[in-house]
Design a protein around this ligand. Structure first.
Ligand code: PHE
Length: 460
C-alpha cells in the first residue's frame, strides 16, 4: 500500500480536526440559523444535540477510523464487513456534494474580502448582483478550490496539519478582537440578549430539526471525515478527550461568532434587531452594511479581517471535505495523492457549477425544483444542501452508529476507545455510550432523518 502519512502530533491532529469542524457552518450558518430560529432557544437545543447526540457519533467515527487505519469506505472492508461499505460510499458522495456548494459560498467570502479591502460597502445592497456575476464569483471559487487541492496534495502532516496550525489560532485572535470591538457599539446588548436569553415560546419542531442539522454539519459528522482523520492518529491518543476538545472548539467558535455578530446586528438595527431572521444572506448583507457604517479605513480593515477569517475557517473545512474522497481513491485505487487531489477537486468544481449559476444567473438552476406541496421553487444550491447536509449526514451518522453497535459490535468499539484511555472501563462515558449507542442514538437519528425527508421534500 502507498504510504498514507500520519498527523505528527496530537495537537496537530486536534488543530486539523477542529479546523474541519470550524467553518462556514459556525460563522455563516450558525448565526443565521440562530437568527431565524428565535435566538437563544435555538442555541440551547443546538448545544444539547452537540453534546448528547453528536459527541458519541464523533467517537464512533474516530474509533472506526483508528482501528481500521483506512479511508471512509476501506474502513468497513478492513474491519471485515465489506457489505457495509456502502455507508462509506454514501459518505464520499456527501463529501463531494457538500464541497461542491460549500466552495461556492467560500468563493463569495473570498470575493467579499477584496470588496472590503477596496471599501466597497455598497455591496450590502448589491448581494444579488454580486452572486449573479458568475465569472467573477466563479473565479474566486476556482482560486479557493485550487488552494484546497494544493494543501490536500501536500499530505497529512506537511499540508493539512501545517495549514491548520497557522490558520486556527489566527482565526481565534481575529474573532476575539472583533467581539471586543462589537461589544462597545451602541445597542450591542440587545443583540446579546437575543443570543443568550431563551424565549421558550419560540420552541417548535422546525427549531429542533434545524438545530440537529446544524449540529451535524458543523461538527463534520456523518460522512466519514473522522473515520478518515482517525485513520491518521496514533494508538496512544485518547479518543474521548480528542473528541471532547474538537466538540468544544467547534461549539466555542460558534458561540464566539454569535457574540460577534448579534451585537453588530443590535447596533445596526438601532436595537430592534430587524432583519435578524433573514437567512443565509445575513452575513453577506447585514455585515458589510455595518462595516460601511464604521466607514473609512477602519471599516475596511474590520470588514477585511472578518471575511478573511471566514475564508480561513472555510479552508480548513474544504480541506477535510476533499480529504474524504481523496483518501478513498488513494487507498483503494492506488492513485498518487497529488493526482487524486487535483483530479477530485476538478470534478467537484464542475459539479458545483449549477450551484454557482443557481443564484440568479440561470433561471433554470435558480428555480430548479418545486418540492411536493411546496408553493415556491428551490434553487440548485439549496437542493444540494437539502439532500447532502440535511438528509445524508443524519442518515450516515445513524448507519455508522448502528454498524458499530450491532455489526462491528459494541465490545470492539469499547476496546478501541479504551486504548489510550486508562480508566475507560469504569468511566461515565462508557456507561453513557452503553446507554445511547445500541438503540437510542440510531433510533433517534433514524426518526430525525425520516422527519426531515418528509418535511423537506414532501411538505408534510
Ligand atoms: N463542519 C464544517 C463547517 O462547519 C463543514 C463540514 C461538513 C466539513 C462536513 C466537513 C464535513 O463549516
Amino acid at each position: 500500500m502507498a504510504v498514507r502519512g500520519n498527523f505528527s502530533s496530537k495537537i496537530g491532529f486536534i488543530a486539523a480536526a477542529a479546523g474541519s469542524a470550524v467553518g462556514l457552518g459556525n460563522i455563516w450558518g450558525f448565526p443565521y440559523e440562530t437568527g431565524a430560529g428565535g435566538g437563544a432557544i435555538f442555541v440551547l437545543v443546538y448545544l444539547f444535540f452537540c453534546f448528547a447526540l453528536c459527541f458519541p457519533v464523533m467517537l464512533t467515527e474516530l474509533a472506526i477510523g483508528r482501528k481500521s487505519g483506512r479511508n471512509a469506505v476501506g474502513a468497513f472492508n478492513a474491519l471485515g464487513h465489506k457489505k457495509w461499505n456502502f455507508i462509506g460510499k454514501l459518505g464520499v458522495l456527501s463529501g463531494v456534494l457538500i464541497l461542491s456548494f460549500y466552495n461556492v459560498i467560500a468563493g463569495w467570502a473570498f470575493g467579499y474580502t477584496f470588496e472590503m479591502a477596496t471599501g466597497n460597502f455598497a455591496i450590502a445592497e448589491q448581494f444579488g448582483d454580486f452572486t449573479t456575476d458568475v465569472f467573477a464569483v466563479g473565479s474566486y471559487g476556482l482560486l479557493f478550490m485550487l488552494c484546497t487541492a494544493f494543501i490536500v496534495s501536500k499530505g497529512i502532516s506537511g499540508g493539512i496539519e501545517r495549514a491548520a496550525k497557522i490558520l486556527m489560532p489566527s482565526l481565534i485572535v481575529m474573532m476575539v478582537s472583533l467581539i471586543i470591538y462589537a461589544l462597545f457599539l451602541p445597542n450591542a446588548m440587545t443583540g446579546i440578549e437575543f443570543f443568550l436569553l431563551p424565549d421558550f415560546s419560540k420552541l417548535n419542531l422546525s427549531v429542533v430539526f434545524n438545530a440537529m442539522g446544524q449540529a451535524f454539519f458543523s461538527l463534520s459528522l456523518g460522512m466519514g471525515t473522522f473515520i478518515t482523520y482517525g485513520s491518521y492518529i496514533s494508538k496512544s491518543d485518547n479518543l474521548v478527550s480528542s473528541a471532547a476538545l474538537i466538540t468544544l472548539a467547534d461549539v466555542g467558535i460558534a458561540i464566539i461568532a454569535g457574540l460577534m455578530i448579534f451585537p453588530l446586528i443590535g447596533f445596526v438595527s438601532g436595537g430592534t434587531l430587524s432583519g435578524v431572521g433573514r437567512g443565509p444572506e445575513l452575513i453577506f448583507v447585514t455585515l458589510p452594511y455595518i462595516f460601511g457604517e464604521i466607514g473609512g479605513t477602519t471599516g475596511s480593515i474590520v470588514g477585511m479581517s472578518f471575511f478573511s477569517l471566514l475564508c480561513f475557517a472555510a479552508l480548513t473545512s474544504t480541506v477535510s471535505l476533499l480529504e474524504v474522497p481523496v483518501a478513498y481513491v488513494v487507498d483503494e485505487f492506488k492513485i498518487s495523492r497529488t493526482k487524486a487531489a487535483w483530479l477530485m477537486s476538478g470534478i467537484v468544481y464542475l459539479i458545483g457549477i449549477p450551484s454557482l449559476l443557481g443564484n440568479g444567473y440561470s433561471s433554470f438552476f435558480t428555480e430548479f425544483i418545486t418540492y411536493i406541496n411546496a408553493t415556491t421553487s428551490t434553487d440548485f444550491l439549496t437542493f444540494i444542501v437539502n439532500i447532502a447536509n440535511d438528509s445524508f449526514l443524519p442518515l450516515g451518522g445513524c448507519l455508522m452508529v448502528f454498524f458499530a453497535a450491532h455489526v462491528w459490535k459494541k465490545s470492539n468499539l469499547d476496546a478501541e476507545i479504551a486504548i489510550g484511555f486508562e480508566g475507560y472501563e469504569e468511566s461515565f462515558i462508557k456507561k453513557y455510550l452503553g446507554f445511547v449507542v445500541p438503540f437510542l442514538l440510531p433510533a433517534t437519528l433514524a426518526v430525525i432523518f425520516m422527519m426531515i425527508v418528509l418535511v423537506t421534500f414532501f411538505g408534510l
